[in-house]
Ligand binder design. Structure first.
Ligand code: ME8
Length: 671
């Protein structure tokens, strides 16, 4: 039997569960249900990442033993997820004994193969990212302290003995993997990003700490604790039997590994597509088939994250929306792989339009008419004139197309397009019903046959959709199937196994609303009150709980903005520059070194921290905006004589270079 192994990241227990966590788990659950429905022997893993210095500190702050503290948060995750009925086969915890045992095993194999050595590490560490930064990669605050670019918090200087993983030795093998297998990293844009990063060279990775206690000890050297990412990434194999006897041990592991789909947010792309395959290669194990990095739910244009405090509250979501509505919105609204802005308004609109007026209305009007006109028994197809017959056939063909399109899109994880295809079938049958006016046909006993055809076609469309949509809407498709009188577990069969017309003669069940219409105004007011905002003032709620004021009149001063006058602005000399040469800076992952023509006698050398997002060769000839009178400074031994301007997108601060749509001469002033 074919197998399918799907994973989510394991979530840090240094925060409460939020929409981001729910999102990835919804996607994984949908994929797992989809694969099972098609007969694949599926294993779905999720869980929690429970080690690390931050968790230790949080427990200390809470005055609790660390394990007790993490147990509490794991319970919160499980409780928040429970209403969604996720079908994960296991919940891995990195504090579980079998996991620890297996992490040892992975370490020992990599070490035995010569990929781990002991050395000394010195670097600037962010406990929130669990990552080291070099001085050139980060900015200083007003007091001269180095600040984490992601979390805006001071970095700590750590100098200690450490074990290193020879990541640098894997550059070629990783490049070969990315080149040979375009499906290893998806989507394509993320693959390019990672390839460009690895092409720039890899440094060895420090994989142990002596200053951290809460973690797994290095085998044979208990003073060292294993780096939290080495520990965490291992979960994907430890939880299916690698290096331990969990689930039948090695045999189970060999059955499911390599994973078919590892879902991650793009925030942790590099860990999963550079470190993780390198760790596996080092231990002589196969790499996963696909790591898919999805986009981030944003709130007010910024990534939702616990550190920024702008996360969507799962209790609020649960209170106002059914679990199927949340699943549908997540899959339909966010183009998988791209970022999406979350607003309750958009969610209410989507649920009302697609679920209440779309699928829900189709179910209730079809079933009500079967009850009223045919005493609750689904009619045979019935004969009708050529015109009506042709339109009924179009609906039937449309359902076949929808099934095929949905399948094609879901196979490539293009969920929103798959759902669009299903909803096209709903729109088609809705129009068919409205045009055929069965309520008029029902008034005339001579029109009994055409009436049968109309309702038979509507019921069959609904029955097919109620099977097709099982992975996305498990609760409501179950309810629709019950109302259709389908008691034969059709949710377990694949849509392709359905035969058109099979429902004729079935007695339908009790007709009940599936997706009641939501009162947008009332729910928005309630949500605003719950989040401590004043409803009448604003359209947009920032998820910090703050209300964004309604747009101020032009003369009003926006609160919190420190204005400068025109003289202040004139101090900044902005000029047009043309990039003449561009190259990476050895051993600096993030830096590019440019020579830029500002219309002066000599081009200037300027460094910019954009190497993870741009390929240098593609930037040559590009016109950019330069801060031309910034005091020169040294970065990685190079003088930088200015600054290239770029927009900073999302929490990760992805740079997008500022430029011009029209041609402009080098050196032109911007004012
Ligand atoms: O990174 N939008 O855990 P984490 C969409 N423990 N998805 C989001 C999101 C958002 N705004 N915010 C979070 C960790 N996520 C590590 C992982 S794996 C071996 C270790 C989702 O609790 C998304 O899947 O910070 C992201 O990658 C993950 O939660 C990060 O969860």
């Amino acid at each position: 039997m074919n197998k399918f192994y799907v994973t989510t990241p394991i979530y840090y227990v240094n925060s409460r569960p939020h929409l981001g966590h729910l999102y990835t788990t919804i996607i994984a659950d949908t994929v797992a249900r989809y694969k099972r429905q098609r007969g694949l022997d599926t294993f779905f893993l999720t869980g929690t990442d429970e080690h690390g210095v931050n968790i230790e500190r949080a427990a200390e702050k809470a005055g609790l033993p660390v394990k007790q503290h993490v147990d509490g948060i794991v319970d919160e995750f499980k409780t928040a997820f429970a209403p969604y009925g996720f079908t994960n086969d296991h919940w891995v915890r990195t504090t579980d004994d079998y996991h620890k045992k297996a992490v040892y095993e992975l370490w020992k194999r990599a070490e035995a193969n010569g990929h781990i050595y002991k050395g000394k590490y010195e670097g600037w560490y962010c406990g929130n990212c669990n990552e080291f930064y070099s001085e050139s990669e980060v900015e200083k605050n007003g007091e001269g302290t180095l600040i984490c670019p992601t979390h805006d918090r001071p970095l700590e200087l750590i100098a200690e003995e450490s074990y290193f993983f020879k990541l640098s030795a894997f550059q070629d093998r990783l490049m070969e993997l990315y080149e040979k297998d375009p499906n290893f990293i998806r989507p394509e844009a993320r693959r390019n990003e990672v390839m460009s990063f690895v092409r720039g060279g890899l440094n060895d990775l420090s994989i142990s700490r002596i200053s951290v206690n809460w973690g797994i000890q290095v085998p044979g050297d208990p003073d060292h604790t294993i780096y939290v990412w080495f520990d965490a990434l291992s979960n994907y194999i430890t939880a299916i039997g690698f290096g331990n006897d969990q689930f039948g041990g090695e045999e189970h592991f060999r059955k499911y590994w390599p994973a078919d789909l590892q879902l991650v947010g793009k925030d942790i792309l590099r860990f999963h597509t550079v470190y993780w395959p390198a760790f596996l290669m080092a231990a002589g194990l196969p790499v996963p088939k696909t790591v898919f990095a999805h986009g981030m739910w944003l709130s007010g244009g910024r990534k939702m994250s616990k550190t920024l405090g702008n996360v969507i509250n799962l209790a609020t979501l649960r209170k106002h929306f059914s679990t199927d509505s949340v699943r549908y919105f997540c899959l339909r609204e966010m183009v998988f792989g791209h970022d999406g802005d979350f607003t309750y308004e958009a969610m209410l609109d989507r649920v009302n339009a697609d679920l209440a007026s779309g699928l829900g209305n189709l179910a209730s009007r079809t079933l009500t008419m079967v009850r009223n006109y045919f005493d609750g028994e689904v009619p045979e197809a019935g004969s009708a004139d050529g015109e009506l017959r042709a339109r009924a056939s179009e609906v039937r063909d449309g359902v076949a197309h929808a099934l095929a399109d949905f399948e094609r899109e879901f196979e490539i994880y293009s969920f929103s397009r798959g759902l669009e295809a299903a909803w096209a079938a709903i729109a088609r049958v809705d129009k068919f019903i409205s045009d055929a006016k069965p309520w008029d046909l029902a008034k005339n006993p001579d029109q009994r046959e055409p009436l049968k055809l109309v309702l038979h076609t509507a019921v069959e469309t609904l029955r097919h959709l109620a099977v097709l949509l099982v992975p996305v809407l498990p609760e409501s498709t179950q309810a629709i199937q019950e109302q259709l009188g389908q008691t034969n577990q059709i949710s377990r069969i694949a849509p392709s196994q359905l035969k058109w017309g099979e429902s004729a003669g079935t007695k339908i069940g009790e007709v009940k609303p599936i997706f009641p219409r939501l009162d947008k105004k009332q729910i928005m007011d309630e949500i605003k009150t719950e989040e401590g905002a004043q409803p009448e003032k604003s359209e947009t709620i920032e998820k910090t709980g703050e209300v964004k004021p309604a747009p101020a009149a032009a003369t009003e001063v926006a609160p919190g903005v420190a204005f400068i006058n025109i003289e202040d602005f004139a101090k900044v000399e902005l000029r047009v520059g043309e990039i003449k040469t561009a190259e990476r800076v050895p051993k600096a992952d993030k830096l590019l070194r440019f020579t830029i023509d500002l219309g002066e006698a000599e081009p200037r050398q300027i460094l910019a921290g954009i190497a993870q997002y741009y390929e240098p060769e593609k930037l040559i000839g590009r016109k950019v905006i330069i801060v031309a009178n910034l005091a020169p400074r040294k970065l990685r031994g190079f003088d930088s004589q200015g600054m290239v301007l770029a927009a900073s997108i999302g929490e990760e601060g992805r740079p997008v270079l500022a430029g011009f749509l029209e041609d402009v001469p080098n050196g032109a002033k911007i004012r």
